[in-house]
Design a protein around this ligand. Structure first.
Ligand SMILES: Nc1ncnc2c1ncn2[C@@H]1O[C@H](COP(=O)(O)OP(=O)(O)OP(=O)(O)O)[C@@H](O)[C@H]1O
Ligand SMILES: [Mg+2]
Length: 445
C-alpha cells in the first residue's frame, strides 16, 4: 500500500473500529465467505490488517504476509506498481468512486499470480486527508490465463479467417480462370472456321488475280508484238485457260463468303466484349436480356452441337446489379445446362417479373439430378464431372454472386428428364447495396 501523501509524524488516534489483530467482524466474514480476501489499511500509520483469506489466497495459510504497507508493496509486480498507484491516487482525489485494479502479486511460492484489488477510503483525518482504506482481493489467475488463452485462440481464428478469405479469393480467381480457359477453347474453335475459310479464299483469290494479270499482260504485249497475230492467239489461249467466265461467277461468291467470315470474327470479338462487360464491374442498372444474349453467343460453340436455345423473354425492367458478375452466373448455369445434355436437347431461357423481382429460369432437357446430388450442388468443390473436367466451384460462386445481389438461386430436377435453375433478383431496395456486405434476401422459391 502506498500512502497517498506522506504520513504525519504524530498520527491521530485510529477510530475504535480498526485493529490489525481484531478484524471488523461482519463485513470481513461476508466478503471472505464469497471467496474474497479483505484488508484494512491505516494510511497514516502504514499498519495494515490482512484478513486470513487475503493471506491464504497468496499461499499464507494460518500466517500473514505482514502487517505493514511495505509488506504488501514488496509483493507487487514491478510492471503493475505505477498502475496501482495511479488508481489509488485517482480514488483519493475523488473518494466517491472506489478503485479497482488487476495486478500481479508474488505469492508464498515466489510466483506472480493475477489478482483483482478493490478499495475505498472510509475515513479521513481532521485535516481531511484519507486516513483509512478498506478493500478486497480476488484471485483472478485462472480467469486471466483463460482470457489469455481465449485471446490467443481468437487471434489464431482471426488469422485463419484471413487465410481462408485469401484462399476463397484465389478459388474464385481459379474458377474464373477455368471458365475463361473453357471459353477461350470454344472461342478459338469458333474463330478457327471463319479464319480457315477466309485464308483459303485468299489463296484462291491470289491465284485468280495472278492468272487475270497474266491474261491482261498477254493482251497488252500482243499489241506491240512483232507478230501480233500469234501473240493475240497466245493471249486468247491464256484467257481460255484462266477460265475467266468461271472466275466471274466464283469471285462474288468468294468475296461474299470471306465477308461473312470476317463478320463472324467481328461478331465473336463483339460478343466477347459484351460478355466481359469491360468497365462494368460497378453497380448499375443493366439489361439482363442483353447479358443472357451475349453469354449464349459466347457459349455458342459449346451449345450448338447439343441443343437449341429457346428464348422466352418477358418484359423485364433494368436491374440494379454488377453486370459482369451476373453474366458469370449466366455463364455457369448455361455451361452446366449444355454439359448435362449428352446428345440433342433444348435449353430454355425464360424471364419474367414476379412479386417485384426479376426471375430468370434456365431449364435443360439433360441428365437431371438425383435428390442426393441436388442437395449438394451449391457446395464448393462438389462435382460429378470427371477429374480435370469440373472444379465444382461454378454453382457455389454463382450463389455467392446472387446473394450479394440479395437474391436467391435454386434448382429443381428430375433424373433423366432435366433440370431448371431459377434466379431471383429483387427489383427494388437494392441501390443502397454495399456489394461487400452480402446478405440473403430471404426470398423463398
Ligand atoms: N443443369 C444441370 N444438370 C445436371 N446436373 C447439374 C446441372 N448443373 C449442375 N449440375 C450438377 O452440379 C454439380 C456442381 O456444378 P458446378 O457448376 O458447381 O460444378 P461443375 O460444373 O461440376 O464444375 P465447374 O466448376 O467447372 O462448373 C455438377 O458437377 C453436376 O453434378
Ligand atoms: Mg459448372
Amino acid at each position: 500500500m502506498s500512502a497517498p501523501g506522506s504520513a504525519p509524524i504524530n498520527a491521530p488516534p485510529l477510530p475504535q473500529c480498526w485493529s490489525h489483530n481484531r478484524p471488523d467482524g461482519c463485513w470481513q466474514l461476508a466478503l471472505e465467505s464469497g471467496g474474497d480476501g479483505v484488508y484494512d489499511w491505516n494510511i497514516l500509520s502504514e499498519e495494515v490488517f490482512f484478513g486470513p483469506r487475503f493471506n491464504a489466497l497468496l499461499g499464507f495459510v494460518g500466517e500473514s504476509i505482514g502487517h505493514r504497507g511495505e509488506d504488501f508493496r514488496n509483493r507487487v509486480h514491478p510492471d503493475d506498481n505505477s498502475r496501482l498507484n495511479q488508481r489509488v491516487s485517482e480514488h483519493c482525489a475523488n473518494v466517491a468512486v472506489p478503485w479497482r485494479c488487476d495486478l500481479r502479486l508474488r505469492n508464498r511460492a515466489g510466483e506472480y499470480q493475477w489478482v483483482e484489488m478493490r478499495g475505498a477510503v472510509v475515513e479521513h483525518d481532521a485535516d481531511g486527508r484519507p486516513a483509512r482504506m478498506i478493500g478486497t482481493l480476488r484471485d483472478i489467475d485462472t480467469r486471466y490465463h483463460d482470457d489469455f488463452l481465449i485471446k490467443q485462440q481468437l487471434a489464431a481464428t482471426a488469422q485463419l479467417n484471413q487465410q481462408l478469405e485469401g484462399a476463397q479469393v484465389q478459388l474464385v480467381q481459379s474458377e474464373k480462370l477455368a471458365a475463361i480457359g473453357q471459353l477461350a477453347a470454344g472461342v478459338a474453335h469458333e474463330l478457327k472456321t471463319p479464319i480457315g475459310f477466309v485464308g483459303t479464299n485468299f489463296g484462291t483469290l491470289e491465284r485468280y488475280a495472278g492468272s487475270m494479270l497474266s491474261v491482261l499482260d498477254a493482251y497488252r504485249s500482243a499489241s506491240s508484238a512483232a507478230d501480233p497475230a500469234s501473240a493475240l492467239a497466245a493471249a486468247d489461249a491464256l484467257y481460255a485457260k484462266a477460265d475467266i467466265d468461271y472466275l466471274r461467277t466464283d469471285l462474288p461468291d468468294l468475296f461474299a463468303e470471306s465477308r461473312d467470315g470476317l463478320d463472324r470474327v467481328q461478331r465473336i470479338v463483339r460478343d466477347l466484349k459484351d460478355f466481359s462487360r469491360v468497365g462494368e464491374q460497378e453497380w448499375q442498372f443493366a439489361d439482363l436480356h442483353q447479358g443472357l444474349d451475349s453469354t449464349i453467343n459466347i457459349l455458342r460453340y459449346e451449345i450448338k452441337h447439343k441443343a437449341v436455345v429457346e428464348r422466352r423473354y418477358g418484359d423485364l425492367p433494368k436491374v440494379w446489379c454488377v453486370p459482369s458478375m451476373v453474366n458469370q452466373v449466366f455463364l455457369n448455369l448455361l455451361a452446366n445446362a449444355a454439359q448435362a445434355i449428352e446428345n440433342q436437347g433444348v435449353i430454355t431461357v425464360e424471364s419474367a417479373v414476379e412479386d417485384d423481382c426479376a426471375v430468370i429460369r434456365i431449364a435443360d432437357t439433360g441428365s437431371g439430378m438425383t435428390p442426393e446430388v441436388l442437395s449438394r450442388i451449391f457446395e464448393p468443390f462438389f462435382t460429378t464431372k470427371g477429374a480435370g473436367k469440373g472444379t465444382g466451384l461454378g454453382l457455389s460462386l454463382a450463389q455467392d454472386i446472387v446473394h450479394q445481389h440479395r437474391g436467391r438461386l435454386w434448382a429443381t430436377s428430375t433424373p433423366g428428364q432435366g433440370s431448371t435453375f431459377s434466379m431471383v433478383l429483387p427489383l427494388s431496395g437494392l441501390q443502397s447495396l454495399d456489394p461487400a456486405a452480402p446478405t440473403d434476401s430471404g426470398l423463398m422459391p
